[in-house]
Write a protein that binds this ligand. Structure first.
Ligand SMILES: Cc1cc2nc3c(=O)[nH]c(=O)nc-3n(C[C@H](O)[C@H](O)[C@H](O)COP(=O)(O)OP(=O)(O)OC[C@H]3O[C@@H](n4cnc5c(N)ncnc54)[C@H](O)[C@@H]3O)c2cc1C
Ligand code: FES
Length: 301
């Protein structure tokens, strides 16, 4: 069994000792964790992830995308959903705890050209890297629109107005929490869920993205790129959208990891060969989690 201590022995970056600044419980068994990490916050880019060593009793660390980084305050935010032992331990933190964390890990999103219009698509806890990217894109003056599929009671937002280009029954998101920050900086955000809920698009988040693309002008559509994170089934649908509209894009893959530093091959994904014939496997933990949509051999799974 490969453990974090083996990882230290292999010469990787030593785990950082960080402090929990706060841990806010949110509806739908979600949580928002803020960690004081110091200067390393300056290196963190959208798409990077951290490996949290939740508890010495758990052999493996748990991977989480960074949802936001504040270089001034030296902090990073993690948005998590409680699904098992590690995340249950995370939910018990009250603030003030000291943890060990490996960060920043992985390859972040590649910045799009400035003239591109970015359509961000998130499913469930996949909002984390997408939210971070949205903030940074808008800080750079780039146009971005965000659609988020979330089945539970909205953990991060309240609902307000409408926006051109979306079906009329889909409300504009004015967040009380993290999405308020997006709203304030000018990212238009909409929600989708499979359970009918007031103000949300009823259906898959990719159906909502499709509505947006169908209603966009030809000129806007031509300069649109897709950036997505969520369950694999959603990312497959994003790949189909990209094919239908002739768009390029990037996805962050959040499949299961074990070691998280390239030795166990538990996290591989099929990637097309440059020759166009067949595919080979890449490790999500060291060569991802962000990949070009066109590089993944979606048909292989
Ligand atoms: C690069 C990366 C980034 C991630 N970012 C986030 C994030 O920002 N927020 C977040 O909530 N989660 C994220 N995840 C998923 C997160 O790592 C897992 O939910 C977590 O490790 C589960 O730990 P646990 O001990 O609570 O659950 P375990 O006891 O290990 O597992 C409990 C249940 O959760 C399921 N599960 C385990 N790992 C995953 C996974 N990767 N994806 C989906 N289900 C899983 C298991 O199949 C099982 O049913 C990310 C995963 C990766 C690989
Ligand atoms: S998780 Fe072990 S190689 Fe990626």
């Amino acid at each position: 069994m490969v453990t974090v201590d083996r990882c230290e022995l292999r010469g990787m970056a030593q785990p950082l000792v960080v402090t929990v600044l706060f841990n806010r419980h949110l509806p739908g068994e979600h949580g928002l964790l803020r960690l004081r990490v110091g200067k390393v916050a300056r290196q963190v880019q959208p798409g990077h992830f951290v490996q949290l060593i939740c508890d010495p009793r758990l052999t493996l660390p748990r991977p989480f995308s960074v949802m936001d980084a504040d270089p001034e305050q030296g902090s990073v935010d993690i948005f998590y959903r409680v699904v098992g032992e590690g995340t249950r331990i995370m939910a018990s933190w009250k603030g003030g705890e000291e943890l060990r964390v490996l960060m920043p890990l992985g390859r972040p999103f590649v910045w799009p050209e400035e003239k591109k219009n970015i359509l961000l698509i998130a499913g469930g806890a996949g909002i984390a890297p997408v939210h971070f990217l949205a903030r940074r894109l808008v800080e750079r003056g780039q146009s971005a629109v965000l659609v988020w599929g979330i089945e539970t009671e909205a953990p991060l937002m309240t609902i307000a107005a409408r926006l051109d280009g979306f079906p009329l029954d889909v409300a504009f998101v004015e967040s009380a929490e993290a999405l308020a920050a997006l709203d304030a900086v000018g990212v238009s955000s909409r929600l989708a869920s499979m359970t009918p809920m007031a103000g949300r698009f009823h259906g898959y988040v990719t159906d909502l993205a499709e509505h947006y693309l169908e209603r966009s002008s030809e000129a806007l559509r031509r300069r649109t790129e897709l950036y997505a994170c969520g369950p694999t089934v959603m990312l497959r649908a994003v790949a189909r959208l990209a094919e239908r509209f002739g768009l390029s894009g990037q996805v962050s893959l959040e499949e299961r990891m074990a070691c998280g530093f390239g030795v166990c091959a538990a996290c591989v994904v099929p990637v097309r060969q440059e020759s166009g014939v067949g595919w080979s496997y890449r490790k999500i933990c060291t060569e991802g989690p962000v990949f070009s949509l066109a590089d993944i051999a979606w048909e292989s799974g």
